[in-house]
Design a protein around this ligand. Structure first.
Ligand SMILES: Nc1ncnc2c1ncn2[C@@H]1O[C@H](COP(=O)(O)OP(=O)(O)OP(=O)(O)O)[C@@H](O)[C@H]1O
Ligand SMILES: [Mg+2]
Length: 283
């Protein structure tokens, strides 16, 4: 690749003063590669301060590394973003339109959420192809904004890098070996680590409650055990526990799920006591 202009004198003697320029010669992309769109207008990017490890250059190339996990509503693929000798691996969460999903979220989550564009609203109500893709984009946008707000509030969530339609690029959470961090449900932490994980999760739930929010689908499957650190993922359905009439039920379910998992692994917790404590932070 050459980024500075190259001047090629013409070999045709009759046009001795004609030069050709090949500015910005760019390499051809291989299959499975694309240009980074990080600085394209129309792309929403993550909150400030942007961490140092995020490659923001427009000439960066992204290479598909394969699927990390196919979930019920989205696939999480790995992507390498690289420029020069800098490279990072990112997680790309790609929402499927509802016709390709195996699971439809409870409508309770979306109560109180408004679709401003009336064409989109009609298309969603009719279930047209356009409506289904608007819906997938809305889940992606909801998760992107939840990640951005919570990251800024200091809650341990992956840093959201950008939102492009139905795709969120975010920090890839790894364990000490550099591979994808396991879900908490796959781990058997010793008592000390279990206690530390609970302290971290409790602190995060307190911050959420202070913002009048609940995760809404909290379980040991939506928590990543990244070495000593616990990271919360899968946040498209974050619920407003005050404005949403069923918000409190989601908060109560989150408390029950989490306390049951920690209890089963040796740390007895009181789900009702936790719920009462969190409600006290919300008001
Ligand atoms: N940022 C990330 N870093 C590392 N692994 C991740 C990340 N985001 C997601 N994963 C992995 O991908 C899986 C699916 O992600 P997520 O829970 O967000 O999607 P989902 O479609 O709701 O999946 P599921 O139906 O399994 O809940 C996670 O359980 C986790 O193993
Ligand atoms: Mg999940």
């Amino acid at each position: 690749m050459s980024s500075s202009p190259n001047f090629h004198p013409s070999t045709d003697e009759s046009a001795a003063d004609v030069f050709t320029f090949d500015f910005l010669v760019q390499p051809d992309l291989e299959p499975g590669q694309r240009w980074s769109v990080y600085d394209d207008p129309g792309i929403l990017t993550g909150p400030e301060p942007v961490p140092d490890w995020v490659i923001t250059d427009s000439g960066a190339i992204e290479t598909e590394l394969g699927t990390l996990k196919s979930g019920k509503e989205a696939d999480v693929d790995l992507i390498e973003r690289a420029i020069g000798d800098r490279r990072t691996v990112l997680a790309a969460k790609r929402y499927r339109s509802s016709e390709h999903r195996q699971f439809h979220r409870d409508t309770g989550y979306t109560e109180g959420r408004r679709v401003r564009n009336s064409r989109d609203r009609r298309a969603m109500a009719k279930g047209t192809r356009h409506g289904r893709s608007v819906e997938a984009g809305q889940w992606a946008a909801a998760e992107f904004f939840a990640l951005a707000d919570l990251w800024s509030a200091g809650v341990p969530v992956p840093y959201p890098i950008q939102l492009d339609g139905t795709e969120i690029l975010m920090e890839f959470i790894t364990g000490p070996d550099g591979a994808g961090a396991p879900r908490l449900a796959q781990t058997r932490p010793d008592p000390e680590l279990l206690r530390s994980y609970w302290d971290q999760l409790h602190q995060a739930m307190v911050v959420l409650a202070g913002r009048q929010q609940a995760h809404g689908d909290l379980s040991a499957y939506n928590l990543l055990a990244a070495g000593d650190r616990l990271v919360i993922i899968d946040l498209p359905q974050v619920v407003d526990i005050v404005a949403n009439p069923t918000g409190m039920e989601f908060l109560a379910r989150d408390c029950r799920n989490i306390c049951a998992w920690f209890g089963k692994h040796g740390l007895e917790l009181d789900a009702d006591g936790l719920l009462a404590e969190l409600i006290s932070y919300a008001w």
